[in-house]
Structure formats: C-alpha cells, structure tokens
Design a protein around this ligand. Sequence first.
Ligand SMILES: [Zn+2]
Ligand SMILES: [Zn+2]
Length: 80
Amino acid sequence: MSKNTNLDINTSYTFTCNNHKVNDNEVALRPPVYKCSECKKRSISGYSNPEHCSNPFGYLYLIPRLCLDCSNISHKCRWC
Ligand SMILES: [Zn+2]
Ligand SMILES: [Zn+2]
C-alpha cells in the first residue's frame, strides 16, 4: 500500500490514543453536523458504530470530540 506520504498530516490519525485506535477503522456515515468541542465548528461527522444495536432513537453514531484539524493542531486524541 503505497501512497503519498508527504503533506499527509491532515488525513492521518496520528494522534489517536491506543484506546481509540480501533475507532479509526470506522467510516464517516453522516455529513459533518456535530460541534467540535475545541473550535466549536460543526465539522465533525458521525461514524459507523460497531457496537450499535437497535434502539428507539435511531442510529447511534460514534462522534469524535474533536475535529481532525483540532486533533492535529493540539496533538490530542479526537475521541478522548
Ligand atoms: Zn475543531
Ligand atoms: Zn482516545
């Protein structure tokens, strides 16, 4: 799997902690409508949830706490 490794910082999930590495396998299912707790922009997508089960509220998306930009800037895990 070779890809452009230069200038890759915005698309890589380098700062995800070990506890949440597994979440980086999930795919974005919703357009970005959730607020980032750092920059307050609605730039966070809803992700597929491997532990999802039926419930009356509809699909339970996995929602990161930080958008990718903030995660990259602050070097924090976006799921913590
Ligand atoms: Zn943000
Ligand atoms: Zn984390």
